[in-house]
Ligand binder design. Structure first.
Ligand SMILES: [Cu+2]
Length: 320
Protein backbone atom coordinates (compact mmCIF):
# COMPACT_ATOMS: atom_id res chain seq x y z
CA UNK A 1 0.00 0.00 0.00
CA UNK A 2 1.26 3.48 -0.81
CA UNK A 3 1.14 6.29 1.69
CA UNK A 4 0.82 5.97 5.42
CA UNK A 5 -1.21 3.36 7.26
CA UNK A 6 -2.64 3.20 10.76
CA UNK A 7 -2.74 0.46 13.40
CA UNK A 8 -6.44 -0.34 13.03
CA UNK A 9 -6.11 -0.92 9.26
CA UNK A 10 -4.85 -4.50 9.49
CA UNK A 11 -7.72 -5.60 11.73
CA UNK A 12 -10.25 -4.04 9.34
CA UNK A 13 -8.60 -5.69 6.33
CA UNK A 14 -8.49 -9.07 8.07
CA UNK A 15 -12.19 -8.85 8.95
CA UNK A 16 -13.01 -7.85 5.39
CA UNK A 17 -11.03 -10.77 3.95
CA UNK A 18 -12.57 -13.21 6.43
CA UNK A 19 -16.14 -12.17 5.62
CA UNK A 20 -15.53 -12.03 1.88
CA UNK A 21 -13.77 -15.41 1.99
CA UNK A 22 -16.62 -17.10 3.84
CA UNK A 23 -19.16 -15.51 1.48
CA UNK A 24 -17.29 -16.71 -1.60
CA UNK A 25 -17.05 -20.26 -0.27
CA UNK A 26 -20.77 -20.31 0.63
CA UNK A 27 -21.69 -18.85 -2.75
CA UNK A 28 -19.73 -21.60 -4.48
CA UNK A 29 -21.28 -24.38 -2.38
CA UNK A 30 -24.86 -23.09 -2.74
CA UNK A 31 -24.57 -22.38 -6.46
CA UNK A 32 -22.96 -25.76 -7.02
CA UNK A 33 -25.68 -27.62 -5.13
CA UNK A 34 -28.40 -25.63 -6.89
CA UNK A 35 -27.06 -26.53 -10.31
CA UNK A 36 -26.66 -30.14 -9.29
CA UNK A 37 -30.22 -30.40 -7.92
CA UNK A 38 -31.62 -28.75 -11.03
CA UNK A 39 -29.96 -31.43 -13.07
CA UNK A 40 -30.55 -34.39 -10.77
CA UNK A 41 -34.20 -33.70 -9.97
CA UNK A 42 -35.40 -32.34 -13.29
CA UNK A 43 -38.71 -33.77 -14.50
CA UNK A 44 -36.90 -35.88 -17.05
CA UNK A 45 -34.84 -37.75 -14.47
CA UNK A 46 -37.24 -37.58 -11.57
CA UNK A 47 -40.80 -37.45 -12.89
CA UNK A 48 -42.64 -38.34 -9.66
CA UNK A 49 -42.25 -36.06 -6.63
CA UNK A 50 -41.71 -37.83 -3.36
CA UNK A 51 -42.37 -36.78 0.20
CA UNK A 52 -39.25 -36.12 2.24
CA UNK A 53 -39.36 -36.71 5.98
CA UNK A 54 -37.72 -34.60 8.68
CA UNK A 55 -34.12 -35.33 9.58
CA UNK A 56 -33.32 -33.92 13.02
CA UNK A 57 -29.62 -34.47 12.46
CA UNK A 58 -29.70 -32.45 9.22
CA UNK A 59 -31.78 -29.67 10.79
CA UNK A 60 -29.43 -29.35 13.77
CA UNK A 61 -26.34 -29.42 11.57
CA UNK A 62 -27.51 -26.73 9.24
CA UNK A 63 -28.54 -24.57 12.15
CA UNK A 64 -25.40 -24.91 14.22
CA UNK A 65 -22.79 -24.55 11.46
CA UNK A 66 -24.18 -21.26 10.10
CA UNK A 67 -24.58 -19.94 13.66
CA UNK A 68 -20.90 -20.66 14.30
CA UNK A 69 -19.88 -19.05 11.02
CA UNK A 70 -21.97 -15.96 11.66
CA UNK A 71 -20.72 -15.68 15.25
CA UNK A 72 -17.15 -15.96 13.95
CA UNK A 73 -17.73 -13.06 11.57
CA UNK A 74 -19.40 -11.08 14.33
CA UNK A 75 -16.51 -11.70 16.70
CA UNK A 76 -13.90 -10.60 14.15
CA UNK A 77 -15.87 -7.42 13.49
CA UNK A 78 -16.63 -6.75 17.13
CA UNK A 79 -13.00 -7.07 18.19
CA UNK A 80 -11.80 -4.42 15.73
CA UNK A 81 -14.88 -2.31 16.44
CA UNK A 82 -13.96 -2.22 20.16
CA UNK A 83 -10.42 -1.25 19.26
CA UNK A 84 -11.79 1.55 17.08
CA UNK A 85 -14.01 2.92 19.83
CA UNK A 86 -11.46 2.78 22.68
CA UNK A 87 -9.31 5.85 22.11
CA UNK A 88 -6.21 5.88 24.34
CA UNK A 89 -6.26 8.47 27.14
CA UNK A 90 -3.02 10.10 26.06
CA UNK A 91 -4.10 10.62 22.45
CA UNK A 92 -3.40 13.94 20.75
CA UNK A 93 -6.71 15.80 20.63
CA UNK A 94 -7.79 17.44 17.39
CA UNK A 95 -11.18 18.96 16.67
CA UNK A 96 -12.35 18.39 13.11
CA UNK A 97 -14.85 20.89 11.76
CA UNK A 98 -16.82 19.92 8.69
CA UNK A 99 -18.98 22.37 6.77
CA UNK A 100 -20.20 22.86 3.22
CA UNK A 101 -17.65 22.22 1.73
CA UNK A 102 -14.38 21.89 3.53
CA UNK A 103 -12.63 20.44 6.55
CA UNK A 104 -10.67 22.36 9.15
CA UNK A 105 -8.63 21.14 12.09
CA UNK A 106 -8.13 22.76 15.49
CA UNK A 107 -5.49 21.66 17.95
CA UNK A 108 -5.47 21.92 21.74
CA UNK A 109 -3.15 24.94 21.71
CA UNK A 110 -5.45 26.86 19.36
CA UNK A 111 -3.54 26.09 16.21
CA UNK A 112 -5.72 25.85 13.11
CA UNK A 113 -4.98 24.15 9.83
CA UNK A 114 -6.73 23.05 6.68
CA UNK A 115 -4.66 19.86 6.64
CA UNK A 116 -4.51 17.33 9.43
CA UNK A 117 -0.85 17.18 10.45
CA UNK A 118 -0.08 14.41 12.94
CA UNK A 119 3.06 12.89 14.45
CA UNK A 120 4.18 9.37 13.61
CA UNK A 121 3.40 6.60 16.11
CA UNK A 122 1.21 8.78 18.30
CA UNK A 123 -2.47 8.05 18.87
CA UNK A 124 -4.67 10.87 17.59
CA UNK A 125 -8.26 11.42 18.71
CA UNK A 126 -10.51 13.40 16.40
CA UNK A 127 -13.56 15.13 17.81
CA UNK A 128 -15.95 15.55 14.88
CA UNK A 129 -18.17 18.62 14.56
CA UNK A 130 -20.39 19.89 11.78
CA UNK A 131 -21.40 23.51 11.32
CA UNK A 132 -24.28 22.75 8.96
CA UNK A 133 -25.44 19.40 7.57
CA UNK A 134 -24.42 15.76 7.94
CA UNK A 135 -20.97 14.91 6.64
CA UNK A 136 -18.82 11.83 7.03
CA UNK A 137 -15.15 12.00 7.83
CA UNK A 138 -13.27 9.34 5.90
CA UNK A 139 -9.58 8.39 5.65
CA UNK A 140 -9.53 5.37 3.31
CA UNK A 141 -5.84 4.60 3.89
CA UNK A 142 -6.46 4.27 7.63
CA UNK A 143 -9.74 2.35 7.18
CA UNK A 144 -11.65 4.77 9.40
CA UNK A 145 -14.91 6.60 8.75
CA UNK A 146 -17.43 8.30 11.00
CA UNK A 147 -20.51 10.49 10.56
CA UNK A 148 -20.15 14.18 11.40
CA UNK A 149 -23.52 15.38 12.64
CA UNK A 150 -24.50 18.95 13.56
CA UNK A 151 -25.04 19.09 17.31
CA UNK A 152 -23.64 15.58 17.58
CA UNK A 153 -20.48 14.50 19.28
CA UNK A 154 -18.86 11.72 17.29
CA UNK A 155 -15.18 10.82 17.36
CA UNK A 156 -12.52 8.69 15.73
CA UNK A 157 -9.01 7.71 16.63
CA UNK A 158 -6.01 6.22 14.88
CA UNK A 159 -2.29 5.69 15.32
CA UNK A 160 -0.27 6.31 12.15
CA UNK A 161 2.43 3.76 11.41
CA UNK A 162 4.36 5.43 8.60
CA UNK A 163 4.97 8.93 7.30
CA UNK A 164 3.42 10.55 4.26
CA UNK A 165 0.20 12.15 3.07
CA UNK A 166 -3.14 10.38 2.67
CA UNK A 167 -6.51 11.57 1.38
CA UNK A 168 -9.42 12.69 3.50
CA UNK A 169 -12.88 12.58 1.93
CA UNK A 170 -16.42 13.41 2.86
CA UNK A 171 -18.37 10.17 2.49
CA UNK A 172 -21.90 11.52 3.01
CA UNK A 173 -23.58 13.41 0.19
CA UNK A 174 -23.80 16.92 1.60
CA UNK A 175 -24.72 19.16 -1.30
CA UNK A 176 -23.56 20.52 -4.59
CA UNK A 177 -19.82 20.57 -3.92
CA UNK A 178 -19.73 17.42 -1.78
CA UNK A 179 -17.09 15.83 -4.00
CA UNK A 180 -14.79 18.81 -3.47
CA UNK A 181 -14.83 18.30 0.26
CA UNK A 182 -11.37 16.83 0.41
CA UNK A 183 -8.33 17.36 2.55
CA UNK A 184 -5.18 15.55 3.50
CA UNK A 185 -3.75 13.91 6.59
CA UNK A 186 0.02 14.32 6.71
CA UNK A 187 2.01 12.05 9.02
CA UNK A 188 5.39 13.51 9.96
CA UNK A 189 8.10 12.47 12.41
CA UNK A 190 7.55 13.72 15.96
CA UNK A 191 10.31 16.40 15.87
CA UNK A 192 8.88 17.93 12.72
CA UNK A 193 5.41 17.83 14.14
CA UNK A 194 6.64 19.65 17.25
CA UNK A 195 8.20 22.41 15.15
CA UNK A 196 5.02 22.83 13.18
CA UNK A 197 2.79 22.64 16.25
CA UNK A 198 4.73 25.28 18.15
CA UNK A 199 5.16 27.65 15.21
CA UNK A 200 2.99 30.78 15.32
CA UNK A 201 2.29 30.66 11.63
CA UNK A 202 -1.22 29.57 10.81
CA UNK A 203 0.12 28.41 7.47
CA UNK A 204 1.14 24.83 7.13
CA UNK A 205 4.91 24.77 6.62
CA UNK A 206 6.26 22.93 3.61
CA UNK A 207 5.41 19.50 4.90
CA UNK A 208 6.05 18.06 1.47
CA UNK A 209 9.65 19.26 1.62
CA UNK A 210 10.09 17.69 5.03
CA UNK A 211 8.81 14.41 3.81
CA UNK A 212 11.03 14.51 0.74
CA UNK A 213 14.03 15.38 2.91
CA UNK A 214 13.20 12.45 5.18
CA UNK A 215 12.89 10.14 2.23
CA UNK A 216 16.18 11.40 0.75
CA UNK A 217 17.93 10.92 4.09
CA UNK A 218 16.60 7.40 4.29
CA UNK A 219 17.79 6.73 0.73
CA UNK A 220 21.35 8.10 0.75
CA UNK A 221 23.59 6.07 3.01
CA UNK A 222 25.58 8.31 5.37
CA UNK A 223 29.38 8.24 5.66
CA UNK A 224 28.90 6.36 8.90
CA UNK A 225 26.91 3.62 7.20
CA UNK A 226 29.48 3.33 4.42
CA UNK A 227 32.41 3.26 6.82
CA UNK A 228 30.70 0.56 8.87
CA UNK A 229 30.00 -1.51 5.81
CA UNK A 230 33.69 -1.21 4.80
CA UNK A 231 34.76 -2.29 8.29
CA UNK A 232 32.61 -5.38 7.85
CA UNK A 233 33.53 -5.98 4.22
CA UNK A 234 37.28 -6.04 4.91
CA UNK A 235 36.91 -8.12 8.02
CA UNK A 236 38.24 -5.40 10.36
CA UNK A 237 35.52 -6.12 12.92
CA UNK A 238 36.59 -9.75 13.28
CA UNK A 239 39.80 -8.53 14.95
CA UNK A 240 38.75 -5.14 16.31
CA UNK A 241 35.85 -4.24 18.54
CA UNK A 242 34.24 -0.86 18.03
CA UNK A 243 32.82 -0.55 21.53
CA UNK A 244 35.95 -0.57 23.71
CA UNK A 245 35.94 -4.26 24.56
CA UNK A 246 39.33 -5.96 24.15
CA UNK A 247 38.51 -9.61 23.64
CA UNK A 248 39.64 -9.85 20.04
CA UNK A 249 42.95 -10.40 18.20
CA UNK A 250 43.59 -6.68 17.75
CA UNK A 251 43.11 -3.62 19.98
CA UNK A 252 39.71 -1.96 20.10
CA UNK A 253 39.34 0.92 17.67
CA UNK A 254 37.28 2.92 20.12
CA UNK A 255 39.10 5.94 21.47
CA UNK A 256 42.33 5.16 19.62
CA UNK A 257 42.44 8.50 17.81
CA UNK A 258 44.52 11.02 19.73
CA UNK A 259 45.75 8.37 22.19
CA UNK A 260 49.40 7.81 23.11
CA UNK A 261 50.21 4.40 21.69
CA UNK A 262 53.31 2.38 22.47
CA UNK A 263 54.45 0.64 19.32
CA UNK A 264 57.36 -1.57 18.36
CA UNK A 265 59.33 -0.24 15.38
CA UNK A 266 62.25 -2.40 14.28
CA UNK A 267 62.24 -4.08 17.67
CA UNK A 268 62.38 -0.76 19.55
CA UNK A 269 59.61 0.55 21.77
CA UNK A 270 58.48 4.07 20.94
CA UNK A 271 55.54 6.19 21.92
CA UNK A 272 53.46 7.89 19.25
CA UNK A 273 50.30 9.92 19.15
CA UNK A 274 47.65 8.17 17.11
CA UNK A 275 46.93 10.89 14.57
CA UNK A 276 45.52 10.52 11.09
CA UNK A 277 48.87 9.58 9.57
CA UNK A 278 49.39 6.93 12.23
CA UNK A 279 45.96 5.43 11.55
CA UNK A 280 46.65 5.42 7.84
CA UNK A 281 49.97 3.66 8.35
CA UNK A 282 48.38 1.15 10.76
CA UNK A 283 45.90 0.22 8.11
CA UNK A 284 48.05 0.24 4.97
CA UNK A 285 51.30 -1.10 6.51
CA UNK A 286 50.22 -2.92 9.67
CA UNK A 287 53.64 -4.48 10.23
CA UNK A 288 55.53 -1.16 10.20
CA UNK A 289 54.59 -0.32 13.78
CA UNK A 290 53.15 -3.02 15.99
CA UNK A 291 51.02 -2.01 18.92
CA UNK A 292 52.77 -3.21 22.07
CA UNK A 293 51.25 -6.40 23.42
CA UNK A 294 49.87 -7.47 20.07
CA UNK A 295 51.30 -9.72 17.45
CA UNK A 296 51.88 -9.06 13.81
CA UNK A 297 48.61 -10.62 12.74
CA UNK A 298 46.95 -7.89 10.76
CA UNK A 299 46.98 -8.34 7.00
CA UNK A 300 47.16 -5.21 4.82
CA UNK A 301 43.60 -4.84 3.55
CA UNK A 302 43.49 -6.24 0.03
CA UNK A 303 41.49 -4.26 -2.48
CA UNK A 304 40.62 -1.39 -0.13
CA UNK A 305 40.61 1.89 -2.07
CA UNK A 306 42.02 5.18 -0.74
CA UNK A 307 38.46 6.56 -0.46
CA UNK A 308 37.44 3.68 1.72
CA UNK A 309 40.54 4.07 3.87
CA UNK A 310 39.74 7.76 4.39
CA UNK A 311 36.14 6.92 5.20
CA UNK A 312 37.21 4.35 7.77
CA UNK A 313 39.76 6.74 9.29
CA UNK A 314 37.08 9.40 9.53
CA UNK A 315 34.86 6.91 11.30
CA UNK A 316 37.57 5.77 13.73
CA UNK A 317 38.28 9.45 14.58
CA UNK A 318 34.66 9.85 15.68
CA UNK A 319 34.69 6.65 17.69
CA UNK A 320 35.30 8.20 21.08
CU1 LIG B 1 -19.67 16.72 3.34
Amino acid sequence: MNGPSATIGDAVDDTMILITGISVVLLAIITGLMLYFTYRYSRKRHPVAEEVGTSILLEVTWTIIPVLIVMGMFWAGYKSFREMRDAPEDALQVTVIGRMWDWSFEYANGKKSDRLVVPLDQPVRLQLKSLDVNHSFYIPAFRIKEDVVPGGNTYLWFKPQSTGPADIFCAEYCGERHSYMMSEVVVVPQEQFDVWYQSDSAELPETKAWIDAEAAAAQAPSDTDEALSALHKYGCVTCHSLDGTGNKLGPTLKGVFGKEVTVMVDGKEISVTADEAYLKQSITQPAAALVKGFENLMPPPAGMGPDEIDLVIGYIKELK
